[in-house]
Design a protein around this ligand. Structure first.
Ligand code: B1M
Length: 212
């Protein structure tokens, strides 16, 4: 039987092999992927983040944890994309804003949106305002999702919204924002259409914004 606490330990210690083997075992035992993500993987990332903040872990530790998390998520991704045959609910352009390289949470949001029937254009990390605007125009996007994990980069989201206004296409898209340092209040202040604090809530919000 899969020892699920091993999954948490694997993320905290940055042990890719253990993360992969425990995830495989858990999937063979039909354990809900959402439980693996919420109760073990994300909790593990929170712990290594807290250790980093306390000066007990360093950037290489974060990188190893991120690598272990990505290895596990790669195995879980197909289970989050099971509804792909469903007609697309809308097109989403998503990216982590300029200056910010954190992409684990953003990729989780991508997988959930795809799994729930949205077509997702993932621009990756360090995405400039012009790249967001260009991708929205080229793909005729319905929704723009921005992610930021740093207090220094979240402010750039306002620049992106301004760029949509300047290009004259602000009213053609709904703009959603998310990431650990953000809040509903911040989203309102910068003129976004909505904020969500996790991947499931992002899907609910996207559907609501498009009346789906
Ligand atoms: Co960085 N880092 N990091 N880091 N890192 C944080 C964010 C930090 C809080 C750690 C800490 O001090 N406790 C801190 C930020 C402090 C601050 O700004 N207040 C920090 C720092 C300081 C830094 C560096 C500056 C460190 C340095 O170099 N000295 C540096 C910056 C690099 C850069 O971006 N320019 C840096 C680098 C890195 C790594 C590259 C080593 C690595 C990232 C690897 C990667 O992503 N590929 C990393 C990591 C792993 C973290 C922590 C430990 C984990 C982040 C994570 O993946 N969480 C993080 C500490 C923490 O969060 N506890 C930390 C798990 C993920 C599932 O959650 O991303 O919050 P999250 O996503 C959630 C929600 O927020 C939401 O849904 C997701 C799923 O439920 N969500 C959205 C996210 N995006 C959304 C978009 C939406 C909707 C919802 O659109 C609508």
């Amino acid at each position: 039987m899969a020892k699920l606490t091993d999954l948490y330990d694997a993320i905290v210690k940055g042990n890719l092999e253990l993360a992969v083997s425990t995830t495989k075992e858990a999937l063979q035992e039909n354990i809900d992927p959402q439980i693996l993500i919420s109760d073990y993987l994300i909790k593990g990332m929170e712990e290594i983040g807290a250790q980093f903040e306390a000066g007990k872990a360093y950037v290489p530790n974060l990188l190893m944890s991120a690598r272990a998390m990505k290895g596990a998520l790669e195995l879980l991704k197909p289970y989050m994309e099971s509804n792909k045959e469903v007609a697309t609910l809308g097109k989403v352009v998503i990216g982590t804003v300029k200056g910010d390289l954190h992409d684990i949470g953003k990729n989780l949001v991508c997988s959930m949106l795809e799994g729930c029937g949205f077509e997702v254009i993932n621009l990756g990390v360090d995405v400039s305002d012009q790249k967001f605007v260009q991708a929205a125009q080229e793909n005729k996007a319905n929704i723009i999702c921005m992610s930021a994990l740093l207090t220094t980069t979240m402010v750039y989201m306002k620049e992106v919204i301004k760029a949509f206004e300047k290009a004259g296409i602000r009213d053609d898209v709904k703009i959603m924002v998310g990431g650990a340092p953000l809040s509903e209040k911040f989203a309102k202040e910068i003129g976004a259409d909505g904020y969500s604090d996790n991947a499931n809530a992002a899907v609910t919000l996207a559907r609501k914004l498009l009346n789906k």
